[in-house]
Design a protein around this ligand. Structure first.
Ligand SMILES: [Fe+2]
Length: 247
């Protein structure tokens, strides 16, 4: 089938792929691996939500997704593309950009936007409709082994999210020693720069919950754990962390 340039670009757009000629990347899959579709130029695109924007109501509203995904997450993508254009970072994967700019004050803008692109994509996948409650299988056993019990994990996760001063993230990670751990990070910081493998995250920036919960961050954290957590996503990340360690 012959496609005009306009038709070809429209097709790419319909697939959620940037209409740039060259490398265009999607970050829609669970592990946020960019997909290189063609050669030449680098562009990151805003991934689609893994569910409808109304799917997490009444806990997270469509209006929150309009702002959080449509405005905030999109702005990080747009800013990142502008910041790396015509630099030696253009052409690198999102993860490589994050790791190369972490801790470099002169690249703080690139790091913050790249990390926020990664964090938000990971956060959308950390939730699902009718989620929440206890995990099962190997991940449940690992949580019991590392924290003592699921309830103890919940206590630590709630505490991490509630005590992160200002903007940041609460995480369940596989630490460098192989144990599961709850952590919190400020602003755009994320576990990969510490050699940790993220399994699950919760955005505790005010923009994540203010429209639905106002100032009640602890209620937002409890709702995330009780109604929204996507344990299958966490389990797949746990499995890939174990496979990587075994390799
Ligand atoms: Fe956010």
């Amino acid at each position: 089938m012959q496609l005009s340039r306009r038709s070809f670009l429209a097709l790419l757009g319909g697939l959620g792929i940037t209409s740039a000629i060259g490398f265009s990347r999607t970050i829609t899959d669970a592990n946020i691996q960019p997909t290189i579709t063609e050669a030449a130029m680098t562009t990151f695109t805003l991934p689609e939500l893994p569910y409808a924007k109304t799917a997490l109501e009444p806990f997270i509203s469509a209006q929150t997704f309009d702002f959080h995904h449509g405005k905030h997450h999109n702005a990080y993508v747009v800013n990142l593309n502008k910041l790396i254009e015509n630099t030696d970072l253009a052409g690198l994967s999102l993860e490589d950009i994050i790791l190369k700019t972490a801790g470099d004050a002169s690249k703080a803008g690139v790091f913050n936007n790249a990390a926020q692109v990664w964090n938000h994509t990971f956060f959308w996948n950390s939730m699902k409709p009718s989620g929440g409650g206890k995990p099962s299988g190997e991940l449940a056993s690992a949580i019991d082994a590392s924290f003592g019990s699921y309830d103890k994990f919940v206590e630590e996760f709630k505490n991490a999210g509630a005590t992160q001063f200002g903007s940041g993230w609460a995480w369940l990670v596989v630490d460098t020693d192989g144990a599961l751990k709850v952590t919190k990070t400020a602003n755009a910081e994320l576990p990969m720069t510490k050699g940790q493998k993220a399994l699950l995250t919760l955005d505790v920036w005010e923009h994540a919950y203010y429209l639905d919960f106002q100032n009640r961050r602890p209620d937002f954290i409890a709702t995330f754990l009780d109604k929204l957590v996507n344990w299958e996503f966490a389990a797949s990340n746990f499995a890939s962390a174990k496979a990587k360690k075994a390799a």
